[in-house]
Write a protein of this length. Structure first.
Length: 572
């Protein structure tokens, strides 16, 4: 997907003048012009206007440390013929994917797993431990994948392979922590200036640029900054649903009208029977985040007019926009409270929300008596450990007692600030392995490049150094950032709760029900051998009798279609 320097000179793979060093590169380096000037001053000459050649020449000048100078999103491979050495690298936040495997002494790698599966003799074997984690989280957390023997390079890591064989992935960038001394923390205004700079940098392209506009704080702030940075006008795209409670088009319209954007609205009317096989093909792994559907639909529409879109992804992770961020601080405050006080809080909360209402509060209360890691794991899991154990059979039966939440223990070692720990876990797991996978696959499937200003590593560095209390004053999610952009956004929008391109997953329409019943029919479940047919049938019956198990069923459906597409060798 050519975005900068569309001439044949910018094509890849690209070689240096002596054809000793070769690069394949996916992504965008936004500061490549500054780096190019530095290299030219040092005597290097260029044949193209591309950022690809800047990385290639930068490697010749600075070696592996070229990654420290890159500001952008990237995954690349550099073959150094003189040293007989391969370098693989991935950007700091994981915006661009990079997968690899070893086969008969060879390194195979690609931006998609399907690239490696095309190699003769590659076995397609499921990693059932990874699938166990997927069933809890809706995505496969790295560095594992759903394929045994195939790994993803973690964000902010390098992997080198030389004459002596492969090294181990090594980290080249560490996520900043909040300043211990509030006096040493960045000024909030500096954070906003850096955000504006990150947006300006991402407007550079030799192709049309637009924005996804959900009507939330983050994407609306991106559009506001775009409007302030260009006189050419802004192109915006939003997706909505026939369910008025989940439709954000009126919110997005407030921002589009304020900034006079050329605005396109799409209604997500999809035939899941046609779309699910396509999603299974494009994502390559089981992936059940339902927001992939509206993102995929919106990307198809946007690509009619633009080649690049800016998005608001990453704002919640930086500025503490999720319920679990405030919940982590509240739960930590109750950790040392007497048992009677915690019980009284639980009773009062249940009386306030009423029976059968407020599932988020119920989950919060259920986590009070758990460790921080298990509490967080329970909040981000969609299939509970008990439900998983009741479903498992065959190859998964051995994981019935294994709690997927154990994955999160490394982020919660030591006392520390509970909200900071939860946000760090989000940045290292949910962001790169769910949100950014969802965005990258849905957009690139249509030849559309998505750029996320909130994930500019210089902005990340400033935001994460701010104390948690500064980013989330009085337990108000994203309170600081709301205040910083308040004069840029309609007041009505600032008061609205977060939605973010939600996807209704009732799965009760006739076509949806047929899709579910086909994937989860007793004979299909029995043939797959991973779940107990009677347990799956019970889950289906509970859903169609009025229970809300759409997300859990969707997770099982997408797993079945992944098996059909990639393990059973069925074509989409």
């Amino acid at each position: 997907l050519a975005v900068v320097d569309l001439t044949p000179a910018g094509h890849q793979p690209m070689h240096d003048v002596r054809r000793q060093v070769t690069i394949a590169f996916n992504g965008e380096v936004y500061n490549f012009r500054d780096l190019r000037r530095q290299l030219e001053e040092a005597g290097h000459r260029f044949r193209t206007r591309s950022d690809t050649e800047v990385i290639l020449t930068g490697y010749a000048a600075w070696g592996d440390t070229v990654v420290d100078r890159l500001r952008g999103m990237f995954a690349f491979a550099i073959w150094d013929g003189q040293r007989r050495r391969m370098l693989l690298a991935r950007d700091r936040l994981g915006q661009k994917p990079l997968y690899y495997t070893w086969h008969d002494g060879m390194l195979l790698f690609g931006s998609e797993i399907k690239a490696m599966l095309a190699w003769p003799g590659i076995a397609r074997r499921p990693d059932y431990g990874a699938i166990h984690q997927y069933l809890a989280l809706r995505y496969v957390p790295g560095p594992r994948t759903a394929f045994a023997g195939v790994s993803r390079l973690p964000p902010a890591h390098l992997l080198t392979v030389g004459p002596d064989g492969p090294g181990r992935p090594r980290r080249y960038w560490a996520r900043p922590s909040p300043s211990a001394d509030p006096a040493g923390a960045p000024e909030p205004e500096a954070v906003l200036d850096k955000f504006d700079e990150a947006v300006r940098l991402r407007l550079a392209a030799d192709v049309p640029v637009g924005a996804f506009l959900s009507g939330g704080i983050d994407s609306s702030s991106v559009v506001a900054a775009m409007a302030g940075a260009t006189a050419a006008g802004v192109r915006t795209f939003t997706v909505g649903f026939e369910d008025a409670a989940l439709d954000e088009r009126s919110r997005a319209r407030l921002v589009a009208d304020r900034y006079g954007t050329r605005h396109t609205e799409v209604t997500a009317r999809v035939d899941l029977a046609d779309l699910v096989p396509a999603l299974a093909w494009h994502y390559g792994e089981p992936f059940a985040d339902p927001v992939a559907i509206p993102t995929y639909v919106l990307a198809a529409e946007a690509r009619r007019d633009v080649t690049v879109v800016l998005t608001g992804d990453g704002g919640d992770e930086l500025f503490l926009g999720y319920r679990r961020h405030a919940a982590s601080r509240l739960a930590a405050a109750l950790d040392h409270a007497p048992v009677r006080l915690r019980a009284a809080v639980a009773r009062a909360a249940r009386r306030r929300i009423g029976a059968g209402r407020g599932s988020h509060i119920e989950r919060f209360l259920a986590g009070l008596d758990r460790s921080r890691a298990d509490r967080y794991g329970s909040w981000v899991s969609y299939l509970s450990a008990d439900l998983q154990a009741s479903l498992y059979d065959g190859e998964l039966a051995g994981y019935a007692e294994a709690r997927a939440a154990e994955l999160f223990h490394p982020w919660f070692t030591g006392p520390g600030d509970a909200t900071h720990q939860a946000a760090a876990a989000d940045l290292d797991t949910f962001l790169p392995d769910d949100l950014l996978v969802r965005l990258d696959v849905a957009t690139m499937a249509h030849g559309l490049e998505a750029r996320s200003p909130f994930l500019d590593h210089e902005l990340v560095g400033l935001a994460l150094r701010l104390p948690v209390a500064a980013r989330m004053p009085r337990l108000r999610n994203k309170g600081l950032f709301r205040a910083l952009v308040a004069d840029r956004l309609p007041a009505a929008l600032l008061r609205q709760p977060k939605l973010g391109f939600p996807m209704p997953l009732g799965l009760r329409s006739p076509t949806s029900a047929d899709l579910v019943r086909d994937a989860l029919a007793p004979q299909a479940v029995r043939a797959r051998g991973l779940f107990r047919p009677e347990a799956v049938r019970g889950l289906l019956e509970a859903h169609y009798q009025g229970g809300e198990f759409g997300q859990q069923l969707w997770t099982l459906v997408m797993l079945e279609h992944w098996f059909r597409t990639w393990i059973d060798h069925q074509s989409p």
